[in-house]
Design a protein around this ligand. Structure first.
Ligand SMILES: Cc1cc2nc3c(=O)[nH]c(=O)nc-3n(C[C@H](O)[C@H](O)[C@H](O)COP(=O)(O)OP(=O)(O)OC[C@H]3O[C@@H](n4cnc5c(N)ncnc54)[C@H](O)[C@@H]3O)c2cc1C
Length: 544
């Protein structure tokens, strides 16, 4: 098994000659791309979607590894734009798994007849802005070409998978894959010696699912993370009825919270209540499903400082309680970053795995991986013989899927060069010098669909406004971009999210600038700022 990251199929010469013309091109058919297609069609635009994958779903198409599932409550994650869809679709679990999520997005694609405008197995390799024609010229890996006035990159926040540049990877005699390219037919791990590199949210979901299938599991950990019990369960018919009757309240609640989840912080300080009361709240929330223990806790747990550290110690002790061998337990206890500074990995049986005889935890911070060998993985301490290596090594988040496309704007400048010191955008929506290109800011820290629907609607309204007012070109001004980029740097300096070496700040990718990849504002503030910009005639943009 091999990863297709570097594959370049030969171009089909017949296709190269034909240049299809559209009003808009969307790259990506995940949650964002599908909804953007639906909306632009409503506006009467001709649209082509190019999608690298063989089907719709994005994250939920690619991530087929065992255990892949939501950390958002399923019914808070689904689209809200169609009441009919909401009433037709039954989420079966509170935190739905990949197969169901992929089925859902296929259901959406079919219901709204979206497929006819999507070209699958079509990876866009370049996009160039033709200044004379005011059109984007897009080319795919297999040589297809298309042009459009608008280009919308719905390429995903966690979609450019990342494998560290280990020497010797091609010499490995066994099978290997990145979790985001788990084969459709599955991987037979029965009786095999398996190595998992990484202990982030994905590994935490995967490991308990495979541990009883494999003969032996070696987990290579660089950073211990705070993980909390997911406590997933089936949605019974009564609950299903209740969900369907209360969608408007659910979405209203999500629209009011900082991360667009349905959890609200306790406005009290953890430090203003008695120790007994504080612990009682910690325990009560710990017993609840999902992100409540993170996002419905005392508000100052989300601020670097004493309250945060108090809760971090509570979570560390929860880990210590689960893992029998005290040496292994200490290896699993995070000590180098504050609680909540990363998206909280949710687990089902993860820590218990380390009580099994067939599992070995290796600390690669203490003994780094030196190379992959034909037989397995060699660290500075030992060589581990393996039949399969699974890279749960994450993503070049947010900007990675954009900079992997050769995007040329005015004067031939590229997005890759422009983003070398971190993203330079206005509100995450556009970068100056790349007219009519909407870069679709993701909701990396939040509940994704709740963040993405309003962005898609904003872009749609913007294009509608341009058409009504006979503008053909919109471009962020350099001044607006500079002000926003400066604001992101300043406002994020004290955010909890910037206090860990995580993908939120690009710290998982060697050489990537350490900058908050997203907005430092809460979801309601972000929406309000965008709305104000639109209300002021798209202030900060040049319309021509
Ligand atoms: C394992 C996992 C679990 C997650 N769980 C949650 C969760 O519970 N809640 C939550 O809010 N968020 C979650 N996320 C974040 C998730 O990425 C978003 O929720 C959402 O799916 C993003 O949708 P999208 O359409 O913007 O991007 P994606 O789903 O990433 O889709 C982007 C698409 O663009 C395509 N693409 C990229 N580059 C090109 C190119 N050059 N040419 C052609 N096509 C291209 C990709 O193939 C992909 O299909 C999770 C992410 C992962 C990886």
């Amino acid at each position: 098994m091999r990863d297709s990251l570097q594959q370049t199929p030969a171009a089909d010469t017949e296709l190269v000659n034909e240049v299809e013309q559209f009003d808009a091109i969307i790259i990506g058919a995940g949650v964002t791309g599908l909804y953007q297609l639906y909306r632009l069609r409503q506006l009467g635009l001709t649209v082509r979607v190019f999608e690298d994958g063989g089907g719709v779903g994005g994250t939920w198409y690619w991530n087929r590894y065992p255990g892949a599932r939501f950390d958002s409550e399923s019914y808070t994650y689904g689209y809200s734009f169609s009441e009919e869809l909401l009433q037709e679709w039954d989420w079966k679990e509170h935190y739905s798994g990949q197969p169901e999520n992929e089925r859902y997005l296929n259901y959406v694609a079919d219901k709204f007849d979206l497929r006819r405008d999507i070209l699958f197995d079509a990876r866009v390799t370049s996009a160039a802005y033709d200044e004379g024609e005011n059109r984007w010229q897009v080319q795919t890996e297999d040589g297809r070409r298309a042009e459009a006035q608008f280009l919308i990159t719905a390429v995903g926040v966690l979609s450019a998978r990342y494998i560290p540049d280990f020497a010797g990877i091609d010499s490995f005699k066994g099978d290997w894959c990145h979790t985001a390219r788990w084969p459709k037919e599955g991987m037979d791990l029965t009786g095999k010696r398996v190595g998992v590199i990484g202990t982030g949210a994905t590994a935490v979901q995967l490991i308990p699912e495979i541990v009883n299938e494999v003969a032996h599991l070696t987990v290579f950990q660089r950073t211990a993370n705070y993980c909390a019990p997911l406590r997933n369960s089936l949605i019974d018919p009564e609950w299903q009825r209740e969900i369907k009757a209360s969608y408007s309240e659910i979405f209203k609640k999500c629209s009011e919270t900082p991360g667009a989840f349905m959890h609200e912080f306790d406005p009290r300080s953890a430090l203003e209540v008695s120790e007994k009361e504080r612990l009682a709240q910690y325990e009560r929330l710990w017993a609840e499903p999902g992100f409540k223990k993170w996002l419905a806790n005392f508000q100052d747990i989300m601020i670097p400082g004493e309250a945060n550290e108090d809760y971090a110690e509570f979570v560390r002790n929860k880990i210590r309680e689960r893992v029998k061998d005290p040496v292994v337990a200490e290896m699993l206890v995070p000590k180098d970053h504050p609680f909540g500074s990363k998206r909280l990995p949710c687990e089902t049986g993860y820590y218990d795995v380390y009580n099994q005889d067939n599992v070995l935890l290796v600390d690669v911070r203490q003994a780094p991986i030196e190379r992959i060998t034909p037989k397995g993985i060699k660290t500075s301490d030992a060589e581990y013989e393996l039949d399969v290596i699974i890279f749960a090594t994450g993503y070049d988040a947010v900007t990675g899927s954009l900079t992997r496309i050769d995007i040329h704007g005015e004067g031939g400048q590229t997005i890759k060069d422009k983003f070398a010191e971190g993203p330079r955008t206005y509100l995450g929506l556009q970068s100056a010098g790349f007219p009519n290109l909407f870069t679709m800011p993701g909701a990396g820290a939040g509940n994704f669909t709740r963040g993405c629907e309003p962005v898609v609607e904003w872009v749609t309204d913007c294009i509608g406004y341009m058409r009504e007012n006979e503008f053909t070109r919109i471009s962020a001004t350099p001044e607006a971009e500079e002000a926003w980029t400066k604001y992101v740097a300043e406002a994020s300096a004290n955010l909890l999210r910037t206090k860990a070496n995580s993908w939120f700040v690009g710290a998982n990718i060697p050489g990537k600038a350490r900058v908050l990849l997203g907005s430092p504002d809460s979801a309601p503030v972000t929406r309000a700022k965008r709305a104000e910009v639109a209300a002021n005639g798209y202030e900060g943009f040049l319309l021509q």
